[in-house]
Design a protein around this ligand. Sequence first.
Ligand code: UD1
Ligand code: CA
Length: 452
Amino acid sequence: MAIRIIVLAAGKGTRMKSSMPKVLHRLAGKPLLGHVLDTVSTLSPASITVVIGHGSDQVKDTITQNVNWAMQTEQLGTGHAVQQALDGIEDDDTVLITYGDVPLTRSETFKDLLDVTSKDQLGLLSLILDDPSGYGRIKRVNGAVTGVVEQKDATEEELRINEINAGVLAVNGGSLRTYLGQIDNNNAQGEYYLTDIFSLAVQAGQTIQTVHPSDEWEAEGINSREQLAELERVYQGEQAALLMAAGVTVRDPARLDVRGTLTTGTDNEIDVNCVFIGDCTLGNNVVIGPNCVIADSHIGDGTEIKANSVLEGTTLAKKCVIGPFARLRPGSTLAEGAKIGNFVETKNAQIGVGSKVNHLSYVGDSEVGVGVNVGAGTITANYDGANKHKTVMEDGVSIGSNSVLVAPVTIKRSATVGAGSVVTKEVPEDILSITRAERKDIKGWKRPVKKK
Ligand code: UD1
Ligand code: CA
C-alpha cells in the first residue's frame, strides 16, 4: 500500500534551444526537476523514480535529491516512458505520475489526486481552458470520463472539448502494469500514449475521478524560455504574497526574487529589486534598501541594509547599519550596532559591538573588538602571496585613514594608529603609533613653467 512516484523527464526540450536538458533549467535558482522532486518528497513516498533519456548523465550529476533513475534511450512516448519505471512497483501500491518540466504543482493537489485513487478508481488532474489547443482532451459520457484523446488524434468535435489532461495522474500499481501491457502505438504520432490507460480502465469497469488544481499554473509545463520566465514570475509573485502575509512590507511584489528560503519576522521592509539566495533569515524591523543581493545570511532585529549592498554568508546582530554599496563576503559576523559603510569589503571578519568601518576599506581575516573605529581607506593586507594572515584590532582601537595593517598583526587595546601608517608589527596598548615619513617644507621652491 505504498505511494510510488514516477517523474517523466526523458524528453529533449527542443524549443529551449539549449545544450542543457530542459529539466535542468532553473526556476528560482533550482532545476525544474528539483522543484518537482522536493514537492513529491512531501508525500512520503516509498520511492521516486525519474525516467531520463536526453542528457541523462548531466541530469544525474546535477540533481541532488535521492531518487532512482530509469533510462529511456528512445523517446517512444509517455506510456513507454512509464514502462521503464515499473521495477519494484507492487500491485497494491498507488502510483503517482507527473512530469519533470511541470515545476509548480502544489503538494495539496498531488494529495487530492492520491485521495481519490483506489483499486477501482484512477485520479486524473484536469483543467478547463479557454484555449485547450495542444493538450489531450477529456472525453465524458453523461458526466463520466471515458478516456483522453490527444490533439493530433482528435475529431473536429473532440477538439472543441475544453477540459484538458494536465498530465498528472494516480493509479493502482497492478492496474497500471496491466494497461501498459495493452497499449500500442497505432495513433497519429506513432507513440505509446500513457493516456490510453484511461479508456482501458473504463472498459475494465474502473472509474476516472478528475481533480482540479487551485491555480492553472500548477499544471503548466515549460517548453520554451518564454514559459520559463512566465512561471518564474508566478513563483516569485507567490513568494512575495507569502512574505506580505507574514508581515513584511514588499515595496513592489513584481520586483523581488527569492531563490531559496527567506524566513522572516514581522515589520520588515524590502525595497525594490532585491534578490535573496539560499537560506536567509530576517528578524523583526529589518529595513532593506533597493538593489540588494543577500545570500545565505542572517540579519538581526532593527538592522538596516542600505541600497546596492551585496551580502553573502554573513551574520548580522541587531541594529547594524550596512551600505550603501557595501560588500560583505562569507564569514562576516557583526555584533550589535556595528556599521559597515560605502565601498567597504569585509571577508571572514568579526566586527565587535558598535564598531565602525565607514568608508572605502578592506577588512579581511580580522577580529575587530568593541567600539573600534576603522578610518576611511584602511586596508588589512591579509595575503602575502602564498598564505592568508590574521589582523586583530582590540577594543577601543582607532585606525587613521589610509593605513595598511600588514598581517599577521595586532593593534592592542585603545591604541591609535595615525593616518597613512603602514603597520607591520604589534602596536602596544593606549599609544599613538605613526609610521609616516617626516614632512619637509622647502621654501622658495618654484613650480616648473611651460616652455614657449
Ligand atoms: C502529454 C499528454 C497530453 C497532456 C499533456 C500535458 C500523452 C500521450 N499526452 O502530451 O494528454 O495534455 O502531456 O502537458 O501523454 N516524455 C518522456 N518520454 C517520452 C515522451 C515524453 O519522458 O517518450 C516526457 C517528456 O519529457 C515530458 C512529458 O513526458 O516531460 C510529456 O511529454 P510531451 O511530449 O510534452 O507530451 P505532450 O505531447 O505534451
Ligand atoms: Ca508537453
